[in-house]
Design a protein around this ligand. Structure first.
Ligand code: MN
Length: 713
């Protein structure tokens, strides 16, 4: 385990300005926080964050990243809170540790790697500061290095697959080749130990057979470029078993050639020297046609730059050679992390100066010089993750949605049926409204009901096309149904009044006269108020109806449904039937319907002043009745004016009283506030008139209440 002073010295070697005091405090804090916890290896737990910090120091990362590495497991695995971290190390470290903690929580949900692509996107989207991702990758690397200590082989395998499919590609995405190679190889060891063993065995054999071939070739390479007056180093690095295995699979070949095993590198001091070295090497040995690639003029999307060539080398072996500058070399190994420190030229810029997604922009800048449109697309996708939000189902499946998406969007994304029947949502186990906007990593459980149906109001807050079109389609279909039912009921009553039969033949006859061939279309038109019932009856039985006669105006009804009254229960308010805002009718009130062209029927109480406007158009009046059935009662808004004495606690007493009587206050406003009295207007959702009357009586019984009156205006 790295000792405290060793870690600090390692960082000071590349960053003399680093906050040594904070580093020391974080080191001690991690040790104290993890206390006697141990790892699977039996080592004290704190050895893990310290090793992670060491890995980050190898990448020459800034002090904040190292401190985050030291603290990265404290919030998740110890009593430490985020407030503790904020208090002791500042908000910036706090938000970095929080970011890593969130990724760790997500990681726990990733039980399968089926959705690896979505997980990778989620990780990128959640790593608002790239350092969060770097710490997480270092964390995973150390866990992989110590994976053999984990006893359960299932768990080892799961972690290995996760590494292979999520973390290694992420490392590659941000250009961290050395991380990617090591992660993959450690995972390979678990996933396919037989294959790896055979590759390792073969490597040993070839190494023995070749003798000191490798150092000899490196020496020849070095001498060749030095003789040409180019400053630089030659290196030969054996490839990792996994990358050899992959190459064997990809090319369907066995490996025999040195070029399959060792990557030779020539690292020179500046960019022109790369091309000069290339020329010298091609001059010394014949090149293999078709193997040259210039990733300097056309870098890879993750920022990788080098010249690649293959030659028949000094011992007639094929040699794969990569030529690059020191800067390119470090970027090839550490990608974004290294790219950063070089991006401002000579002066080392601190990672903490980097604003959100600066690395993406930098990569995009590189891409400005890239002509391949596919590579460009690949890249712009990265930025687009910002517009997405990724949430989990209770089973751990990832659902990707546009940002701003709500629980209803989530429900429809899971399945149309789930959307159609959702009534509520549990977000991270908390009951939440359907309109709640989701955040990255939220776990969403949709509460469903068999009798539920999409609500027209959802359309106002959903953001996905799927949810919107589905709700629209449902509402439109439902509206047509409602209008048809209403129109049919109106016609049945009209035919009965003139003692004529509403036969299919009669409807057909009337329908063709009025331009509505199908009976359903005719019903809908009547329900909508586009055609009056008398027009239909007149068209069906011209002899029975005197077109100049005025039909008898419907008698307003009391609570009971008469023979001709049209039942309104079961029709959805807001579609074919509207309860008017002028008089707030309640079940139990004497009511009348007014057919409004194109809008269905408006329900008024019989004493509503508005009705005077319709005295001259009796054909629009409709006999409607409340019907009482077993269905769950709809709620209606009753409006009351209350005058109370101005004393502390009065308002609370009133609202408590209403609530205790099962009334739900939907609106409350003060209409007058005098020194001694308050006057207020309250809208209460009630089942019916009796319910409202009960509430009024309960209020009147309260000593603070002076008067209570129902309002109809
Ligand atoms: Mn960890």
């Amino acid at each position: 385990m790295l000792r405290q002073f060793e870690l600090v010295e390692r960082i000071k070697a590349y960053d003399t300005d680093v906050d040594e005091d904070a580093l020391n405090r974080a080191y001690v804090f991690a040790m104290m926080a993890h206390g006697t916890q141990t790892r699977a290896s039996g080592d004290p737990y704190y050895s893990h964050p310290i090793e992670v910090a060491g890995i980050l120091a190898d990448m020459k990362l800034d002090g904040s990243s190292i401190i985050t590495g030291l603290l990265h497991d404290t919030v998740e695995d110890t009593d430490t809170t985020l407030d503790d971290i904020n208090g002791q190390f500042g908000d910036q470290i706090g938000s970095l540790v929080d970011g890593v903690t969130k990724l760790s929580r997500i990681e726990l949900q990733s039980e399968n790697t089926r959705q690896a692509e979505n997980f990778r996107k989620l990780f990128l989207a959640m790593s608002e500061d790239i350092r969060v991702l770097l710490v997480k990758l270092a964390d995973r690397l150390h866990n992989m290095r110590t994976l053999n200590f984990v006893k359960s082989s299932d768990k080892r395998l799961r972690i290995a697959h996760e590494t292979m499919e999520i973390y290694a590609p992420l490392a590659e995405r941000i250009g961290m080749q050395s991380f990617k190679d090591e992660l993959e190889d450690l995972a390979f060891e678990q996933i396919n130990p037989g294959a790896r063993d055979s590759v390792v065995e073969r490597l040993r054999y070839l190494r023995d057979e070749g003798g000191d071939l490798l150092p000899r070739i490196v020496e020849r390479l070095r001498k060749t470029i030095h003789d040409a007056g180019i400053e630089g180093e030659a290196l030969g690095r054996e490839k990792r078993p996994y990358s050899i295995w992959r190459k064997m699979q990809r090319k369907n070949v066995t490996f025999e050639q040195l070029s399959d095993i060792v990557a030779f590198r020539v690292v020179v001091s500046n960019l022109p020297a790369c091309y000069a070295a290339l020329g010298v090497i091609h001059g010394a040995w014949p090149m293999v046609p078709g193997c040259f690639k210039d990733y300097i003029s056309t870098p890879k999307p993750n920022g990788y730059r080098s010249l690649h060539t293959t030659v028949y080398g000094p011992e007639h072996q094929r040699l794969e050679i990569q030529i690059r500058t020191q800067e390119m070399h470090e970027i090839a190994d550490f990608g974004v992390a290294a790219h950063w420190s070089y991006s401002a030229g000579e002066e080392r810029t601190s990672l903490s100066d980097g604003r959100q997604y600066r690395w993406v922009r930098e990569l995009l800048e590189i891409l400005d010089h890239v002509s391949d449109p596919e590579e460009f697309l690949e890249h712009t996708k990265l930025e687009m993750f910002q517009d997405q939000v990724f949430c989990f189902t209770p089973k751990g499946d990832l659902i990707s949605l546009p940002s701003g998406a709500t629980a209803v969007d989530f429900a429809y994304a899971v399945h149309t049926d789930v959307g159609d029947t959702c009534v509520g949502a549990k977000i991270n186990s908390k009951i939440s409204q359907l309109r709640t906007i989701l955040h990255n990593g939220d776990q969403v459980e949709i509460v469903r009901s068999n009798v539920a149906a999409p609500s027209p109001t959802w359309e106002q807050f959903v953001v996905t096309g799927k949810a919107r079109s589905r709700i629209r389609r449902y509402v439109r279909g439902r509206e047509r149904d409602e209008h048809m039912r209403l129109g049919k009921a109106i016609l049945e009553r009209a035919f009965a009044q003139v003692h004529c039969d509403m036969s299919t033949k009669a409807l057909k006859h009337a329908g063709s006269a009025l331009g509505r061939k199908k009976p359903d279309d005719l019903f809908e038109a009547v329900g909508l108020g586009e055609i009056t019932s008398m027009q239909v009856v007149g068209a069906a039985y011209p002899e029975a109806v005197d077109p100049t006669s005025v039909p008898p105006r419907s008698k307003p009804r009391d609570g009971s449904a008469g023979d001709h009254a049209i039942p309104i229960r079961g029709l959805i308010p807001g579609m074919a039937v509207h309860f008017s805002n002028c008089c707030h009718p309640l079940p139990g009130d004497r009511i009348v319907g007014i057919v409004t062209s194109g809008k269905g029927v408006a329900i008024h109480t019989i004493d509503c002043d508005t009705l005077q406007q319709f005295e001259e158009t009796p054909e629009r009046w409709l006999d409607v009745a409340w019907t009482v059935d077993g269905e769950a009662p709809d709620l209606h808004v009753g409006r009351i004016d209350v005058v109370v004495v101005n004393e502390p606690g009065t308002l609370g007493a009133i609202t408590t009283l209403i609530g205790r009587n099962n009334g739900n206050i939907s609106n409350l406003k003060f209409t007058n506030r005098a020194e001694d009295f308050f006057e207020m207007r309250i809208d209460v959702e009630v089942r019916d008139l009796r319910h409202l009357t009960n509430i009024i009586a309960a209020l009147r019984a309260n000593e603070s209440v002076t008067t209570v009156e129902r309002v109809r205006d």
